[in-house]
Design a protein around this ligand. Sequence first.
Ligand code: S3P
Length: 165
Amino acid sequence: MKSIYLIGFMGSGKTSIAIRLQEKLNCKLQDTDQMIEVHYNMEIPTIFTEKGEEVFREYESSILKQTEPEDAIVATGGGIIEKEENRKWLRNKENVFFLETSWEEISRRLIDDQSRPIWNNQSRDKQQLLEQRLPKYHEVANFIIKTDGKSVETITDDIISKINA
Ligand code: S3P
């Protein structure tokens, strides 16, 4: 199986769905944020405060290219589509799933979140960021899954049926 890449905004459910897919398909699970933390031995918020977003984006690009091309579920960070280089790379992949979640649902899910530097940056307009990113997610996705009101189980089964089709 060609690896499955999950893309989408913060709070779209990439991590939970990746875990469930990995259990059901019995394959490898990779999470670009976790890989960055291990590889650079630094937590994501620390990278943002000490090195800045641009450096984080460079790390993210480099890590994306180190993901397994076969038999893995790859959960990506919400901003993976910011770099044209990454979009180009993802456009060459077969199983890129965009988990499309509304602003209302995202803000409900992340109401208590304290771990995401961009989400917690009060000077950034996150709703506008989502709108700016939407066309970029669409540009690279082979499949679009609307997630509002759906369970992890339903979304996972939908993804599996699409890759088996
Ligand atoms: C980011 C999303 C985060 C993480 C970093 C930046 C973004 O991942 O990569 O904080 O730019 O949207 P999640 O989408 O898993 O929260």
